[in-house]
Design a binder for this molecule. Sequence first.
Ligand code: NDP
Length: 427
Amino acid sequence: MKIPESQKKWSNYEFGGPIGTTFWTVLLPAVVYYMFFCVRFNGGALLPRETINLAPFTSFWDSITPTWEAALIYAVWIVFQGLMQAFIPGKKVMGRPVTDGSRLQYKMNGVVSFIITFVVLGIAVWMGWIKFDLIYNNFGALISVVLIFSYLFSLFLYFYGYKTKQVDRVTGNFIHDFWMGVSLNPRIPPITGFDLKFFCEARPGLIGWVVINFSLMGVQYMRHGFVTLPMILVCAFHFIYIADYFWNELAILTTTDIMHDKFGFMLVFGDLVWVPFTYVIQAMYLLEHTHTLPIWGAALIIILNFLGYCIFRMVNIQKHNFRTNPDKPIWGKKAEYIKTKQGNLLLVSGFWGWSRHFNFLGDILMALAWCLPCLFDSIVPYFYVIYFVLLLIHRERRDNKRCAIKYGENWDRYTERVPWRIIPKIY
Ligand code: NDP
């Protein structure tokens, strides 16, 4: 495919170029399957426990074979979420300027979609149309179905981007551009239509994550006639995180994913497969391990989650409010900032003067609080916090590099003024 010279200016490879992106395209799906194997078929252990016993592998293999039932469940789910995004009324807002300076309009109807999802599913369970174990019984097949869908959808996005001339910062290398995406905000039809990235970022995966959690809690109840305290904590923490996400839906528009990252396999897979099928690993683990927690332990975990949540929410909203209205005082004083040549303002007051991504610390504390209810018999449920620390370190470095290229000497001034990356005086 011939790339116009004007579009080649962002030709730097990311994620290790063609070899690295090929590697990630194969490795990450394998990790999702492996986590599922460990927690469901291997007693929560990381390594196979009985080398001569092939039964767990056979059961695992059978369970991940795609089925029509799983395909139907996912089709109903994604169409249901899509219809809600498209047709439920919501406040119309303009997004931040994108690469070419233009701004797109978004409809904010996430909260209503989130509530309707739970009402509809609640009625369906109450009426006996579906059972809590529907997802549990189809979990492996669902991973495969959604993974196949993600590969095909990303291929579609690649060609659709070129066909409709929604092409941004491509390199011309197929596998790299397939991974990174070719369009920043692909819409059907372009500009005014259904926003595919905004949809996938929030609806099927994030709502799906919480729905799967609650279904696993339901399965625990079906099996034992009770629900454990650790299960309640994990499901409640995740629910609060996602409810908050939709409550502050406007803030999504100033995240890196919406403003900078194009919509390719990396985000498609992350949104549709990685988030709903690996972020539920603690609930999946707790379904098989029905221990409880002392009250003091639960209280400490709740405090840790609350602390992380407060940091995460206050820091993110401070930047969002500042970018929306720079004249608004921060902590009772006029906001200080560095003005860039592009016109964007870099806040150096408040949390954004403490470190360049203090919000990430909040995420890390919350991630730890989500794993601790699983106690310490296995490292597998801690997969989330380990992966998340690595993700955020990598994300910060990527963002730093991107902003250094974008803002040049103004970014240097900013990093001199705010030298710490995430944790003040430590990192
Ligand atoms: P940030 O919210 O830190 O946003 C970074 C962007 O903000 C930069 O690219 C830059 O964009 C702008 N910016 C940077 N410094 C300043 C400043 N001083 N003043 C004003 N604007 C600035 O990162 P993310 O969008 O990556 O993350 C948002 C939240 O989502 C975080 O809390 C993160 O942890 C969370 N998250 C959660 C994930 C999960 O799976 N649970 C995954 C990813 C993120 P510009 O070019 O506009 O200047």
